[in-house]
Design a protein around this ligand. Structure first.
Ligand SMILES: Nc1nc2c(c(=O)[nH]1)N[C@H]1C(S)=C(S)[C@@H](COP(=O)(O)OP(=O)(O)OC[C@H]3O[C@@H](n4cnc5c(=O)[nH]c(N)nc54)[C@H](O)[C@@H]3O)O[C@H]1N2
Ligand SMILES: Nc1nc2c(c(=O)[nH]1)N[C@H]1C(S)=C(S)[C@@H](COP(=O)(O)OP(=O)(O)OC[C@H]3O[C@@H](n4cnc5c(=O)[nH]c(N)nc54)[C@H](O)[C@@H]3O)O[C@H]1N2
Ligand SMILES: [Mo]
Length: 761
């Protein structure tokens, strides 16, 4: 029998066994398969939590009420009734309010397959009926997406594609200064799927090659290398101050590369007067930085000296910019690297996002594989992705974004597929309020997620295991035939079939489907992929042969890249696409926007909440809520693997023994985290691998707000009831999930009724 495979954002797997014994094994090529897949099959077969039939919310069905949207029950119905209702609602809204009143930003990480990409399917359909308001940028790195074009003259996507390869880092780098670490945890995941996980391999090679690393992070396990590693447990959200302290040390000792700064950078003199305090009266010395970031001045001075003497890579994880003023650590990291003058050389310079996902710095050729065509959106209205609550709460309100003045549209209908705002957004109780505003909310989902449980019409979607597709990721050297391994549960349908049926009802079927079946579309993608392969000098097998073998490895794909290499070699001939043609330490354009929260050059600007804030209380702790080790965001939290790591049914809270002791908390105790925005429960895990004034609660436990003793308490351990719903700045409006202070106490209250993944109402 031929091998059967599937792929996901967390990896590529071989199917072993059949029926009840079916399981997924990492493929041979993968040196470190992710265990996230361990919980996949049982989550897909979790009949209690799958959406099995179309369902309508009772309050909406009976009287179109929206006020009980976040706390209602559902009536199951047949497909035709549900599809008729959805079509009628879309039609009513677009006729009454215009297509702009339909919000289908639909942000999220649905399937890794190229064809069944849920948002693409939704958008293609909506484009045929007049379009929709959409969203710009990502929750992952909005600050970078808006900032990088100004300072390096290219989109973050191109910047990421050109990241200096990890093979060159392993070969040449002597000192890796890793802000936010190089984390094996996040390196498990790749947007659009991956065949291998090799970040740990490269870090191991680098260590064996003598590279020393400095893990600058509130958490020790954020670094996965095996060579000599020093942990500098920085106070969260203060990296910009530390970088300024390092910059000042370089400057004070005349160890900055003046020639590089003159030749390749714009604005050094202005920045210099900020660094010395000439412009604002504060000299950004190591002592000054130390008072903010809580790392000793001597350590800062020592590190600066080592950086100047070594072949150094300054690496910044994406996490740093998901904080208040998240533009600054990227900008300052780049400035620090520019002062060292090692940008454009092999293995040194500036890195952004190494290990934040698998393929950043992967030494492989990029391949521009085709994707499912979305068509053209006739509506131009869009919001910055993380401004969803603001938009729903304040239609017509003005806001700033990327230098422009914009106004929020008046949204009447929300259609979400392949994403979970009640996982991903900050301050979920605020989102609950905002969520009562639209007249209608429609969701296609596999599971009764918190978002499905807050929709008026829920349509059951198949999971990737229940259909065929192709994984082709431009950053991966393998193409994978994703076989159908499991029969669809209940009445689940593919998103494509759902939108076909809706297009038919709204008279746009011909435009939506172009007369093609699903099989035709997938074959067409393969055919177009064949053209791409040919341009790259090789042939793909024919479709049937590919399906038979399951994996195709593209030949000769090794390729090393060096960030900004051509510009460094020839700054006049290959200038950057910035205003000055150079790296912009000062951006006159950004300066011209007059934004106090994102001025013309990198600066230390106090976050709205942090441990050094004058309003911070002695017993406040900084909450880090990064990515979960056992799942992808909220996906598979109901699976056995994620469940197996829960503590007393709740998400694990990593807390230092000193902090625990001061609060009477023992290992495995239930605890309550709280601040003015909300409260949630978690299970304490004591560890000295975290700062005593910082706690870590991974994102993704399924939002389950309950009332205990008359008070609202989230009982799964979802950090987004505590996080702040504010943009990084008026430049990017990115989310600030990593900025928030909380208090923690032992929970002696009643054991939560559910204490885990909420079952369906
Ligand atoms: N506190 C905090 N919050 C965060 C973050 C953080 O670090 N801390 N990280 C942020 C970041 S970087 C991100 S990217 C977001 C991620 O946020 P999301 O991408 O919204 O989170 P997921 O849980 O992956 O949601 C994807 C949903 O799509 C569904 N789905 C999967 N495949 C299909 C399909 O084929 N069809 C349909 N219809 N549905 C499908 C899944 O069941 C799942 O519910 O979270 C953000 N939120
Ligand atoms: N297993 C798994 N991997 C994933 C994902 C997942 O859901 N699960 N999601 C993927 C997605 S969508 C994204 S966007 C990436 C995100 O990738 P990242 O943004 O790099 O991941 P995070 O987990 O948010 O943060 C990484 C580490 O940064 C540290 N950190 C947080 N705040 C600060 C700070 O202020 N200063 C410093 N120096 N360090 C800080 C934390 O200790 C944290 O462990 O991860 C991807 N990888
Ligand atoms: Mo992300």
């Amino acid at each position: 029998m031929p091998m059967r495979y599937t792929a996901a954002h967390w990896g590529t797997y071989r199917a072993v066994g059949e029926g009840e014994t079916l399981r997924l094994e990492g493929i041979e090529q993968d040196p470190a398969p992710s265990r996230i897949a361990d919980g996949w099959i049982d989550a897909v077969r979790d009949a209690g939590l799958r959406v099995k039939k179309p369902a309508i919310r009772r309050g909406w069905l009976e009287n179109r009420s929206t006020s009980d949207r976040c706390n209602d029950s559902y009536v199951e119905t047949d497909w035709d009734t549900a599809l008729d209702l959805v079509a009628a609602e879309l039609d009513r809204i677009r006729m009454t309010h215009g297509n702009e009143a339909i919000f289908a930003g639909s942000y999220g990480w649905s399937s890794a397959g190229r064809f069944h990409h849920a948002q693409s399917q939704l958008r293609r359909f909506l484009n045929t009926i007049g379009g929709f308001t959409y969203s710009r940028n990502t929750y992952s790195h909005a600050a970078a997406e808006v900032l990088l074009p100004y300072i390096v003259g290219m989109p973050q996507r191109a910047f990421q594609d050109n990241m200096t390869s990890l093979a060159l880092v392993a070969e040449h780098c002597e000192l890796l200064v890793a802000f936010g670490g190089i984390s094996a945890n996040t390196a498990q995941v790749t947007s659009s799927g991956t065949s291998t996980h090799e970040v740990e391999y490269w870090m191991d090679r680098a260590g064996k090659n003598g590279m020393a690393a400095v893990n600058i992070s509130p958490r020790r396990p954020d670094f996965c290398g095996t060579g000599p590693t020093e942990w500098l447990p920085i106070r969260p959200n203060t990296d910009t101050a530390l970088m300024l302290g390092l910059a000042h040390e370089l400057y004070r000792n005349n160890r900055h590369d003046r020639a590089f700064l003159t030749r390749y950078c714009h604005g050094w003199e202005t920045f210099e007067s900020y660094l010395t305090g000439a412009s604002d009266g504060i000299e950004k010395t190591a002592e000054w930085a130390s008072g903010i970031c809580d790392i000793e001045a001597e350590t800062i001075a020592g590190l600066a000296a080592r950086m100047a003497q070594s072949k150094t890579m300054v690496s910044v994880a994406w996490s740093l910019q998901r904080g208040d003023h998240g533009e600054q650590p990227i900008w300052m990291g780049l400035t620090l690297a520019a002062m060292l003058g090692q940008i454009g050389r092999p293995g040194t310079g500036f890195g952004f996002g190494y290990a934040s996902t698998t393929p950043v710095g992967r030494p492989k050729k990029l391949m521009n594989w085709p994707s499912f065509p979305q068509g053209q959106n006739p509506v131009s209205q869009a919001i910055p992705v993380a401004r969803i609550s603001d938009m729903l709460l304040h239609p017509a309100a003005e806001y700033r974004y990327d230098g422009e003045h914009q106004t929020y549209p008046d949204i009447r209908l929300v259609y979400w597929v392949g994403g979970n705002p009640f996982h991903h957004h900050q301050d979920l109780y605020r989102l609950e309020k905002a969520w009562t505003r639209p007249e209608t909310v429609i969701v296609n989902e596999q599971w009764w997620t918190a978002t499905a449980r807050r929709a008026d019409i829920v349509l059951p979607a198949t999971s990737p295991l229940e259909r065929t597709d192709i994984m082709m990721n431009r950053r991966d050297p393998c193409l994978v035939w994703m076989d159908k391994l499991v029969e669809p549960l209940g009445e689940a349908r593919d998103d494509h079939d759902i939108f076909r049926a809706l297009a038919e009802r709204l008279g746009t079927l011909a435009e939506f489907s172009q007369g093609k079946s699903k099989d035709d579309w997938i074959r067409q993608l393969w055919q177009e992929a064949g053209d791409v392969a040919r341009q790259n000098g090789f042939e793909l097998p024919d479709f049937d042969a590919f399906r038979e073998t399951g994996i195709f490895e593209c030949p000769d794909t090794d390729e090393d890249r060096i960030q900004l290499e051509s510009f460094i070699k020839d700054p006049a001939g290959a200038p950057l696409q910035t205003e000055s043609g150079k790296i912009e330490i000062v951006s006159d354009r950004i300066g011209s926007f007059g934004l106090p929260d994102c001025p013309a050059h990198p600066q230390w600007i106090e976050p709205v909440e942090w441990l050094g804030h004058s309003a911070a209380a002695k017993d406040d702790l900084h909450l880090i809520s990064g990515q979960p080790a056992t799942r992808l965001h909220g996906q598979l939290d109901n699976g056995s693997f994620s469940r197996s790591k829960k503590v007393r049914g709740c998400e694990a809270l990593y807390i230092h023994p000193e902090a625990a002791k001061a609060r009477g908390i023992a290992d495995s105790d239930l605890v309550c985290l709280f601040n003015a925005r909300g409260r949630c429960l978690a299970g304490a895990v004591l560890t000295d691998g975290i700062r005593p004034d910082t706690v870590a609660l991974a994102a993704g436990a399924w939002f389950d707000p309950q009332t205990i003793d008359g008070e609202p308490v989230e009982v799964s351990g979802n950090p987004n009831v505590l996080t702040i719903d504010k943009g990084c700045s008026e430049l990017s409006q990115g989310n600030i999930a990593h900025t928030s202070l909380v208090k923690v106490m032992r929970w002696d209250g009643p054991k939560p009724p559910a204490g885990g993944v909420p079952r369906k109402r």
